[in-house]
Ligand binder design. Structure first.
Ligand SMILES: Cc1cc2nc3c(=O)[nH]c(=O)nc-3n(C[C@H](O)[C@H](O)[C@H](O)COP(=O)(O)OP(=O)(O)OC[C@H]3O[C@@H](n4cnc5c(N)ncnc54)[C@H](O)[C@@H]3O)c2cc1C
Length: 474
């Protein structure tokens, strides 16, 4: 008997397993593939995900394997630099191969005690009042108290659950890959500038060590069911740019569509969905993995609280209440970005207008905070602007805030030195620091770093501790 079985050991499943292990939850991750994926897609980790890594002590490890780049230029690939002084200690983007970030998260989960079984596909399940019986493809049955489907866009768990996945099917296909080129960089740069005046779904960008990232429309490419070939890339480059730039020696090649769908529900009884299993959208802006990992970060401590027995009655349902609207917003921003890549005169005119508008600092900042997920504010009711938002990694008398969050517990940061977490001290840490870089007296942080309360009154604090962390221990 496990507490939680997770279907799928992609980035979302691995992050969720680690978060649950911080609270000693017995976790089994079932992964259908026998080996980790070998394709080397570079993904972008945006600011909020870098903050999560810092909050769990994983950032230094992660930075060693990635390449830091400026945070700007991501919305619809409109090349505007990020505004100065973004509200984060980690205001950059990290390009990192997806298998590497998956490996780091998986190793972190295993170090914390999660069990991962490869070559095990979830094929069925049944839930009752006490738990879920999970059936594997080979007929083996396992039992757990909860099941979470982190099994990607074609999620078996979501389908078996009968949860609707409304949205739009794919209309436009794009080829994407990394390869070497056979012509000088200056020649490429001039051609790219010329073509991109009319073709926004075309890109040839140096990625270092002679390798270029290539993006080109896939229209007309042979068999959609087969992985694209180098010849497909050459043919499409010739059609779009009049030359194939002598591309050769591909590192990886893939094709993606713009299907956009969102699960109607994230929870049915003891079964939940997270990551691509709950939402799919085109990769423009590089948000999918970030969104899934952040789902896991939101869900982990809540599900752990439910299992440990101290969760307030409605806590687990705040997962859907908070994360569904975030995914809706990401889906919408990718729809908007895809429109802005169209070669039609209308969308091109909107793109030019938006490019001008982004010269206004507030517009640029708004879009960057959206893509990087640092602008998210959960609805915790009426209150000061910081309520419901995540708190940046502020300086403290001794060290930094995120250094205190590695264990995934709540934290009361008290500048008044008068308050106490009393009977919640088994779940919530306390730090008195009159020097903390805050313009409010005290903040109560949830384990995911979002501000759950602001104030200086002990009774009001106790009410909020109950709201988020249940009844105090005796
Ligand atoms: C071209 C391209 C570029 C992208 N670039 C970015 C980017 O820059 N930034 C970004 O944030 N995102 C990017 N993404 C999106 C990102 O890759 C996905 O959003 C991310 O992989 C989702 O993670 P996940 O763990 O939810 O699902 P997945 O990565 O799909 O993992 C699901 C796992 O579940 C396993 N599984 C499936 N079925 C079962 C089953 N029945 N039982 C057990 N296991 C099962 C699968 O084998 C897999 O390991 C990109 C996507 C594409 C296509």
């Amino acid at each position: 008997m496990f507490d939680v079985i997770i279907a799928g050991c992609g980035p979302t499943g691995a992050m969720l397993a680690a978060e649950l292990r911080l609270h000693d939850v017995r976790v089994l991750v079932l992964e259908k593939e026998t080996e980790p994926a070998s394709f080397v897609r570079i993904v972008s980790l945006h600011i909020r995900s870098l903050e999560l890594m810092a909050m769990r002590g994983l950032l230094n490890r992660t930075l060693q394997h990635g390449r830091q780049r400026p945070a700007g230029g991501f919305f619809a690939a409109i090349p505007k630099p990020a505004p100065k002084s973004l509200d984060s200690a980690y205001a950059y983007l990290l390009g990192i191969p997806q298998p590497v970030i998956e490996h780091l998260l998986r190793e972190h989960a295993i170090e914390l005690g999660a069990q991962v079984r490869r070559g095990c596909a979830v094929a069925g399940f049944e839930q009752d009042d006490e738990g879920v019986t999970v059936e594997l493809a080979d007929g083996e049955q396992l039992r757990s108290r909860y099941l979470v489907g982190c099994d990607g866009g074609r999620s078996t768990v979501r389908k078996l659950l009968g949860v609707g996945f409304p949205g739009e099917p794919s209309r436009t296909e794009t080829l994407m890959g990394e390869m070497e080129v056979g012509v000088p960089q200056e020649e490429i740069a001039a051609k790219v500038t010329e073509i991109r005046e009319t073709h926004q779904r075309f890109w040839l960008r140096p990625f270092g060590e002679g390798v270029y990232s290539v993006v080109v429309p896939a229209a007309g490419v042979s068999d959609r069911a087969e992985p694209p070939t180098l010849e497909d890339f050459k043919q499409q480059l010739r059609t779009t740019a009049g030359t194939d730039f002598g591309v050769h020696s591909p590192r990886w090649m893939s094709r993606f569509g713009d299907a956009t769908r969102l699960a109607e529900r994230y929870r049915v009884g003891r079964v939940l969905l997270a990551g691509d299993a709950a939402h799919i959208h085109p990769p423009i802006g590089g948000q999918g993995l970030n969104l899934g990992v952040q789902d896991a970060f939101n869900l982990g401590w809540k599900l752990a609280a439910q299992i440990r027995g101290w969760a307030p009655e409605t806590l687990l349902d705040t997962y859907q209440a908070e994360r569904h609207p975030v995914a809706e917003d990401v889906l919408d921003n990718t729809r908007a970005q895809m429109e802005l890549l169209s070669t039609e005169p209308g969308p091109q005119a909107v793109r030019r207008l938006l490019t001008e508008l982004m010269d206004f600092d507030e517009v640029n900042r708004y879009l960057i905070e959206k893509i990087t997920a640092i602008g998210i504010r959960y609805d915790f009711g009426e209150g000061p602007g910081l309520l419901g938002r995540r708190l940046r990694d502020i300086d403290l008398e001794r060290g930094h805030l995120y250094g205190l969050l590695h264990r995934g517990r709540g934290l009361l940061l008290d500048r008044t030195e008068r308050l106490t977490v009393g009977g919640w001290s088994d779940r919530v840490d306390y730090l008195a620091d009159p020097t903390a870089e805050l313009d409010v007296p005290c903040v109560l942080l949830r384990p995911d770093g979002h501000v759950a309360w602001i104030g200086d009154d002990q009774q009001d604090l106790d009410d909020h501790l109950s709201r988020w962390f249940g009844m105090p221990a005796n």
